[in-house]
Design a protein around this ligand. Structure first.
Ligand SMILES: [Ca+2]
Ligand SMILES: [Ca+2]
Ligand SMILES: [Ca+2]
Ligand SMILES: [Ca+2]
Length: 418
């Protein structure tokens, strides 16, 4: 109410000034500027056509939003309408006092997607509740958190506005012996990503790497059907990690997932597998990042790809047409030096008669020099090539068929920058 009376009581000039600034920030009257509307991953206020207040998530582009959602009935009925509060940031949970649920209304804590909770880096977030009045019963996946079966629980929909390590501590009081777990999909037990098991001192805790803009569903549950009051403390410390989708120092790759052998391993160190990006220049090549003194290993196969390089290298295969299938790597060296690429036998079976070649431009073999090629051995023999690379300038490496027969198949490869 204080804001309302302020707006109506101050001088008209001041009101006009506030309004004008508001428009400039939102880009409403000055569409020539690329203004940021919001902080990616943060929640802002919105209002539904039926006047219910809601929240919506700012997307990566800082200009658009997910659908406006209400706490208790999901997506707005009839869409969203403008309101003086629209696009105002929502403070982190625990700062406001509107946690109380009107009589007769179900609490968002009791069902998926849970109570929307902004998680801002560096903020101490305190979530207090009592599961003895909860109505939903979920449990952790097989393992330490499966003891949540039978005890009612609360669910929070966490939206981090930074990437980094999220520290979660849930302290039980009275009868509650807490377990806490996080899922990536609220109503899918199998999507659990971390478990804070019960402990002797009624403290369930864990750390979890989170990515800005993604949603995480935190369950505060009771072991052995216990229920009661709890205090959950959350703190997000920003930082880079394997799985944040960005290649950091000493990472060979980072595809942001937890799938092995899809072209980037879970530890971000190996490039095993045959991703679609290895099929040719149009997809940009299978990404590999190399750092001084480090060797990146990979396993792969040319079986699943087409013949992207018909003349792999002018130096290697002068003027000849090459019909063999190939796998193209896009290698980013993080220092100027020499790149050593080695092809060797696969884990199972014999290395086919394959060759290595490299290009400075993916689509053209012309500028390649003679050392950007290795085609010396036959079936079972490895190949090695060493050539100069420039810091942050991509080079393309093709594993291709060599010789005169049907040359394709499985191999191991390594990239070393020295
Ligand atoms: Ca439960
Ligand atoms: Ca990373
Ligand atoms: Ca992966
Ligand atoms: Ca080829």
């Amino acid at each position: 109410m204080r804001l309302g009376s302020l707006l109506f009581s101050v001088a008209a000039v001041a009101s006009l000034l506030i309004a004008t600034q508001g428009c400039a920030i939102l880009g409403g009257t000055d569409s020539t500027k690329e203004e940021k509307l919001c902080t990616p991953g943060a929640y802002v206020f919105c209002r539904c056509a039926d006047r219910t207040p809601g929240t919506k998530l700012c997307k990566e582009d800082a200009k658009s939003f997910d659908a406006c959602m209400t706490d208790d009935s999901g997506e707005c009925v009839g869409g969203e309408v403008d309101d003086p509060q629209t696009n105002e940031p929502i403070p982190p949970a625990g700062d406001d006092d509107d946690d109380e649920v009107p009589p007769g209304k179900a609490s968002p804590l009791d069902s998926c997607p849970g109570k929307s909770t902004a998680v801002q880096p560096g903020a101490d977030i305190k979530l207090e509740g009592d599961t003895s009045t909860a109505t939903g019963d979920r449990k952790g996946r097989q393992g330490a958190c499966a003891v949540g079966a039978g005890g009612n629980d609360h669910v929070y929909r966490l939206i981090p506005s930074g990437s980094g390590s999220l520290d979660v501590k849930v302290q039980g009081e009275g009868g509650l012996d807490p377990v806490a777990y996080v899922r990536s999909t609220c109503d899918d037990e199998e999507s659990q990503v971390v478990c804070g098991p019960p402990s002797g001192n009624k403290l369930a805790q864990f750390k979890l790497n989170v990515v800005t803009g993604k949603e995480y569903f935190l369950f505060v549950d009771g072991a052995s059907a216990s229920a009661g009051k709890y205090v959950a403390n959350l703190k997000l410390t920003t930082g880079s990690f394997c799985g944040d989708g960005k290649v950091d120092t000493n990472e060979a790759c980072d595809d942001g997932n937890k799938v092995e052998d899809d072209g980037c391993s879970n530890d971000c160190k190996k490039v095993n597998g045959n991703p679609t990006t290895g099929g040719g220049c149009a997809e940009g090549g299978h990404p590999v990042d190399v750092w001084t003194g480090q060797t990146v290993t990979g396993s792969g196969s040319t079986n699943g790809y087409g013949n992207a390089w018909t003349a792999p290298s002018a130096a290697c295969d002068t003027g000849l047409t090459n019909n063999y299938q190939d796998h193209i790597y896009a290698v980013t060296p993080h220092a100027t030096g020499n790149l050593v690429v080695t092809l060797s036998a696969p884990a199972v079976g014999t290395l086919p008669n394959l060759m290595l070649s490299a290009r400075r431009t993916c689509a053209s073999a012309t500028p390649a020099t003679s050392n950007m090629c290795a085609n010396n051995g036959g079936v079972g023999a490895g190949e090695t090539m060493t050539f100069s690379v420039t810091k942050d300038t991509k080079v393309f490496v093709g594993v291709d068929g060599g010789g005169t027969t049907n040359n394709k198949g499985d191999y191991s490869i390594s990239f070393r920058l020295q």
